[in-house]
Ligand binder design. Structure first.
Ligand SMILES: [Zn+2]
Length: 405
């Protein structure tokens, strides 16, 4: 079976996660796909295929004869889909792409424009799987799952393929940042891994942002507005003033490559209380620290101006740049880039402007770079993946296995 055939099956499962949920996994519907994947792993002959009570699927591909002494590696992908768009009733369309814009939905007037998504140019001549414009596609990350499953099937059935032990892990709830919260590291009996959760063919990522979340709470004083002179402290206005104290150009809209940012992600409030929720990001841990200090300094300014009780700030670490850990395993990056080169694909190594499950796994003892799945425009109705790129990504995984055998 080819990867895209599996993919079309997997996206028929609605596996959207839910950040408001307190259960694990956050939505029970993810378990339906998890059960299916466990059964499929059993059917293709993987060993110890299990689904645990937290919704994680694990399985092992034993080493091919002669490679039993090699350390092996893990392949990891996530089952849930993003929250920005519906993840149910996906109606994929397969088109032979000849260039230009793609009309996703004539009736609703939804078009994927080449001018907005110039990467499309690279897919001319390929068969693209696109949405009908009303949902996301789910290539993030079901393309990764389909490629791992297809690579696994080939490694298990073709005895000429050399490979070390491979542990397969499918996780829930990555999109809401809980993807490795309940992962059972004792089941991952290999020292390193790859997450298959990247974008276009050739992408190989081993550096991520360092990330913190900062909650800023402003306490106001509410008084009848007609009689408020000298008395009212409007939390909304103070909150806006607070935001203006931060570097105004260091925001996602104005930054790229290795530039970090302050991102105001949520702003709620009344005159009495306002809450600002920020995401701080930087590839450089020292610079992230400086951003945190900048936010503290701005809070001190507000305190001096309006009183000690006017503002509270709390900073939480989210994840760290996995480059710190992955750089200790140059053999992983070498295997992946050699595997790509052997297929005529140039490895495109870029720092991720985000995090992956790998950024946390790398600090839990499983250094984990991220590798391409062929998917484009994740979290969007314009998401697409080509059948041909899914085949290539599958082949990359098989060749990485050979390099590490
Ligand atoms: Zn993803």
């Amino acid at each position: 079976m080819r990867a895209y055939e599996r993919f079309l099956n997997y996206i028929s499962f609605d596996t959207q996660s839910d950040e408001k949920s307190t259960t694990f996994p956050s939505t029970a519907k993810q378990l339906r796909l998890a059960e299916h994947l466990r059964d499929e792993l059993k059917a293709i002959g993987a060993e110890d295929a299990t689904l645990d009570e937290n919704g994680y699927v694990y399985a092992t591909i034993p080493a091919s004869p002669g490679s039993e002494g090699k350390p092996g590696f893990a392949l990891i992908a996530h089952m849930d889909t993003a929250l920005e768009l519906p993840g149910a009733n996906i109606k994929p369309q397969i088109i032979e792409y000849k260039g230009g814009d793609i009309v996703l939905n004539e009736k609703l007037g939804i078009t994927t424009k080449l001018s907005d998504f110039p990467d499309l140019e690279e897919s001319i001549g390929e068969h693209l799987i696109v949405t009908d414009g009303t949902t996301l596609l789910g290539a993030d990350d079901k393309a990764g799952i389909a490629e791992i499953m297809t690579a696994a099937e080939q490694l298990l059935s073709d005895t000429t393929l050399k490979h070390p032990k491979i542990v397969i892990v499918f996780t829930p709830d990555e999109e809401i940042g809980r993807g490795v919260d309940k992962i059972d590291m004792s089941k991952i009996t290999v020292p390193v891994g790859f997450t298959a959760d990247g974008g276009k063919v050739g992408e190989l990522e081993w550096e991520t942002f360092n990330a913190s979340r900062v909650a800023v709470t402003i306490h106001g004083i509410s008084v009848h507005p007609g009689y408020a002179k000298g008395k009212m402290r409007n939390a909304l206005l103070v909150a806006m003033e607070y935001n203006m104290l931060l570097p105004q150009h260091e925001i996602p809209f104005c930054t790229e490559n290795r530039e970090g940012f302050y991102h105001l992600a949520e702003f709620n409030g009344t005159i009495e209380t306002a809450v600002l929720s920020y995401m701080l990001r930087d590839h450089d841990a020292k610079k992230l620290k400086e951003r945190e200090e900048m936010m503290e300094k701005a809070a001190s300014f507000i305190k001096n101006k309006y009183g000690e009780d006017a503002i509270e700030i709390s900073i939480t670490e989210m994840y760290r740049n996995m480059g710190e850990e992955v750089s200790k395993h140059p053999e992983l990056i070498k295997a992946a880039s050699n595997a790509m080169e052997s297929l005529g694909i140039k490895a495109d190594i870029q720092p991720v402007r985000g995090g992956t499950d790998g950024s946390r796994l790398s600090f839990m003892g499983l250094p984990c770079p991220n590798i391409c799945t062929g998917g484009h425009n994740g979290h969007s109705r314009h998401e697409y993946v080509s059948i041909e790129s899914m085949d290539k990504c599958t082949e990359i995984l098989i060749r990485i296995a050979a390099k590490l055998a």
